[in-house]
Design a binder for this molecule. Structure first.
Ligand SMILES: *Cc1c(COP(=O)(O)O)cnc(C)c1O
Length: 409
């Protein structure tokens, strides 16, 4: 009974120690937001922080703020705050550019560190940009792409592989790789490993250094709530700092940018991953999201996300909704999302949005629901299940309006 599930949800919300954090986000009335894995919600504190950076630091401080307001060290400072969320040391993480650009820098750096090897191994169906960036280097004659299905990756590692590039939590299915096992397997064949943590960072804890990972990149606008187009982050294990050579040798990654010399010399450590001048407004907004995530804690976030998704499945079962689950059954094997298969997943998603439940569609047939635990309630799970059950039972998704695929989604 839907009413019984709503009552149960309210009990769970009353006992939820993360419930008060919902107030720290500016969420629109009447919307259930299940897309925080694509664009995180706006933290309440972000507008005031941006106002301060714009009016005080930029407007009044002008160029003096590079030093007076510590703009010049902002990428390192925010990177240092992301580090403990992903099992890294502060000096191993920096905020810069987009995930795509950081992939280019780190794939290139890995190829330099493994002379004689050209293969970059990944999986088919990885997030497109990860594969596209390999292909771009392939077009330059610098790399060879090799793809192997998840369960065949270890067998596909050999003496030609310079780098294994994997996304830890799959963007479509939510399936999670065993970071320790794959890192070890890559190293056993002499390959390096680069983890894309875009659907991991801020959602669940990982231990990059505990696993011996070499490199990682991750997204600032998903679970870290940094805002649309927030800069990304990159991790380089300290043991590689001296050897690291990346090709985007811009002046901000120079050892002494303000000496204005003609010859490039890399800055120490991850600082050399900087290329041009960082966006201070965007990085300041990201810092607010990162601070909030760190305050709540990734362990608690992941525990709640598992509880939310398991409760959601209980609500679906209670309502006799039988959508095939594409994500792993075991909550320890998936990230903070559930993906379901339906022939008209796009129409289903549109019908949900029309009822104020914002989920996501991933072509060709996946309904993807993200459970960003910092601001979702158990009651949201019960209500979503109720709406989904009604949409399926009444065929409310089956209208020309919903079935029409928009050109841009
Ligand atoms: C969202 C996402 C990205 C984003 O890349 P950008 O270049 O920052 O737009 C990269 N990889 C994965 C796995 C993602 O989910």
């Amino acid at each position: 009974m839907a009413d019984a599930m709503i009552a149960k949800a309210r009990g769970l919300d009353a006992a939820d120690e993360l419930a008060p954090y919902r107030e720290r986000f500016d969420l629109p009335e009447g919307v259930i937001y299940l897309n925080g894995n694509s664009l995180g919600a706006l933290p309440m504190a972000t507008p005031a922080r941006l106002e301060k950076v714009m009016r005080g630091e930029w407007g009044d401080g002008l160029i003096r703020s590079w030093n007076d307001a510590d703009w010049i060290t902002l990428p390192q400072r925010v990177g240092g705050k992301i580090a403990p969320l992903i099992g890294a040391q502060r000096q191993e993480v920096i905020v810069a550019d987009s995930v795509s650009v950081n992939l280019f820098k780190l794939i290139s750096a890995a190829l330099k560190m493994r002379p004689g090897r050209k293969v970059i191994l990944s999986e088919p169906g990885n997030f497109p940009t990860d594969l596209y960036m390999i292909q771009g280097l392939e077009g330059q004659g610098l790399a060879t792409q090799r793809l192997a299905e998840r369960d065949a990756i270890i067998d596909a590692l050999d003496e030609d592989v310079a780098l294994l590039l994997l996304t830890h939590v799959h963007y479509k299915s939510g399936a999670m790789f065993d970071m320790a096992a794959l890192t070890k397997a890559a190293h056993e064949t002499g390959a390096l490993i680069l983890w894309d943590l875009s659907h991991t960072g801020g959602a669940l804890p990982v231990d990059l250094n505990g696993c011996g990972a070499d490199f990682a990149v991750g997204c600032g606008y998903k679970y870290l709530n940094g805002g649309p187009g927030a800069p990304a982050y990159a991790f380089v294990a300290e043991r590689h700092h001296d050897a690291l050579k990346q090709p985007l040798t811009g002046w901000m990654g120079h050892a002494a940018p303000f000496d204005f010399t003609d010859d490039y010399a890399p800055a120490p450590g991850v600082d050399r991953l900087l290329c041009g001048t960082p966006s201070i407004l965007a990085t300041a907004a990201l810092e607010v999201g990162v601070d909030l995530t760190a305050e709540i804690g990734v362990e608690r976030l992941w525990a709640k996300s598992r509880a939310l998704s398991e409760f959601f499945r209980e609500c679906l079962a209670d309502a006799d909704v039988d959508l095939p689950l594409v994500s792993p059954e075991d909550p320890m094997q998936r990230g903070s999302q559930l993906s379901f298969r339906h022939d008209y997943a796009y129409a289903l998603c549109q019908a949900l949005i029309a009822r104020g439940v914002i989920g996501d569609f991933r072509a060709p047939e996946i309904l993807r629901l993200g459970f960003a635990p910092a601001y979702l309630r158990f009651e949201d799970m019960a209500r979503t299940a109720e709406e989904l059950a009604d949409i399926l039972a009444t065929g409310a998704w089956d209208t020309p309006q919903f079935k029409q695929r928009a050109a841009v989604t």
